[in-house]
Ligand binder design. Structure first.
Ligand code: HSE
Length: 443
């Protein structure tokens, strides 16, 4: 008996950089398995590249390459458009052009979703297309699926985690080997973890984009990075790892999304955070990501996996291509689980005085009598209570490094404290503020 021909689904790959090449490589490598699992053949019919002359590690006939990504989005022969260009200009045009034609768009572009998500999802709804974005958050960890499918029964008082592989790689290497910041950053770029503009990684913006996507999914509101507290890792120094270790903590760049359902408030923030040395979060090293999701029904669930790099991201993109194939096979009107989880009640931005934790403050001060007393009295005036003090000689002659931890306080009080301390003539550098994430100990 002759076997039925396998239906072919045509994919257009817009962008053949690190992730695009990974998608092509694994679609070709796993072709047999994917066909058996999906009952269709996913074929990359066309790919858009910046340069036709560039030599790449994957092969596609020259006739399938173009420099015009929009032509792929508009091509009636393409069923699924995979947007892996990055950025928010051409990527937005390609996405909207494909959605306007009722196509399915698969995207890894967290910056685009964060900036234009409302417009993109509205376009998908209006034209009966779909926008799938698993690869946009936490690389290979299927966190989008987990939230909107497996955890659909829940409200989410807290979601937090490590969402940037580059920063986690840098912090882990600095902590474990004392490798200088610049050298580890160069290595992260070589390994394909970092964004084309690495300041998006190290200044916390990439994490903020991903936090915005998770917050929207879980709470149904778009929080812009300007509305969040966003602090990167550039000012974390080797001494901070030693100080944190002496206090029983490691340092991680965390995204924290907290919803106070009783008050109707949501806070989304990104900052380097002291996490208890014995916690699972503290052990998540290298380019791994980890997301802790606390649901009111399920309790806390934890997801760990590779958060950046070619293969991990390709795995998530191909997961979306598989969902897209399913949607196409089911025909018009087919839907996956809800694109976002419906908001429950009011959801205003939390004021700074409601964002509470303990704090770590490192100061470089003139080493002379009375300085500690002046710092302590500035803190007392803002009603911030000191818990511990560590003092070391600083690198500058005649200066001391003063590390204070506080009892629980709030962002408003800490801001006014730091302003007052910064005005003291005996304080020589801008203070470094780190949050202490004691909640990270809870599984
Ligand atoms: N630059 C990102 C990271 C890539 O380092 O996590 C994955 O989104």
């Amino acid at each position: 008996m002759k076997a039925e021909p396998v239906p072919v689904i045509a994919v257009g790959l817009c962008g053949l950089g690190t992730v695009g090449q990974g998608v092509l490589k694994h679609l070709q490598r796993a072709r047999g398995d994917l066909e058996a699992r999906l009952g269709v053949r996913l074929v990359v019919r066309r790919a858009a590249v910046r340069s036709l002359r560039k030599v790449r590690g994957v092969r596609l006939p020259a006739a399938r390459l173009t420099t015009d990504a929009l032509a792929i989005a508009r091509d009636p022969a393409i069923d699924i458009v995979c947007e892996l260009i990055g950025g928010t200009t051409v990527a937005r045009q390609v996405t909207l052009a494909a959605l306007a034609r009722g196509k399915i768009v698969v995207s890894a572009n967290k910056a685009l979703i964060c900036a234009h998500g409302a417009e993109i999802f509205a376009a998908a709804r209006r034209h009966g297309g779909h926008f799938l974005f698993e690869a946009s958050v936490a690389g290979g960890i299927p966190i989008i699926k987990a939230l909107r499918e497996g955890l659909v029964a829940n409200r989410f008082p807290r979601i937090f985690g490590i969402l940037n592989g580059t920063c986690n790689y840098i912090l882990s290497e600095m902590a474990a080997r004392g490798t200088p910041y610049a050298r580890v950053l160069a290595e992260a770029k070589r390994l394909g973890y970092a964004e084309a503009d690495e300041s998006l990684d190290v200044q916390g913006w990439d994490t903020a984009h991903k936090a915005a996507v998770l917050a929207w999914l879980a709470h149904g509101v778009w929080v812009r990075p300007e509305q969040m507290i966003v602090e990167g890792i550039e000012r974390v120094a080797p001494a901070d790892f030693a100080n944190a270790a002496a206090l029983g903590y490691g340092i991680k760049l965390l995204a924290i999304i907290e919803r106070d359902y009783a008050r109707g408030e949501l806070s989304v923030r990104v900052h380097p955070t002291l996490v208890p040395a014995g916690s699972v979060m503290a052990t998540v090293a290298g380019a791994l990501n980890a997301v802790s999701v606390t649901g009111d029904v399920v309790g806390t669930t934890l997801y760990i996996g590779r958060g950046a790099g070619q293969d991990a991201t390709a795995s998530a993109v191909i997961g979306d291509l598989a969902d897209a194939a399913l949607l196409l096979r089911q025909g018009a009107g087919a839907r996956l689980m809800s694109e976002r989880l419906a908001p429950a009640g009011e959801c205003r931005p939390a004021p700074l005085r409601h964002i509470r934790c303990r704090y770590y403050v490192r100061l470089t001060v003139v080493d002379r009598p009375g300085v500690l007393a002046r710092v302590a009295s500035a803190m007392a005036r803002s009603k911030v209570s000191i818990a511990t003090v560590i003092q070391h000689a600083a690198e500058r002659p005649g200066a001391a490094s003063l590390v204070l931890t506080t009892h629980e306080s709030d962002e408003q009080s800490l801001r006014s404290t730091l302003q007052a301390i910064g005005r003291l003539e005996s304080v020589l550098e801008q203070p470094l503020l780190l949050r202490i994430g004691d909640f990270a100990d809870r599984r």
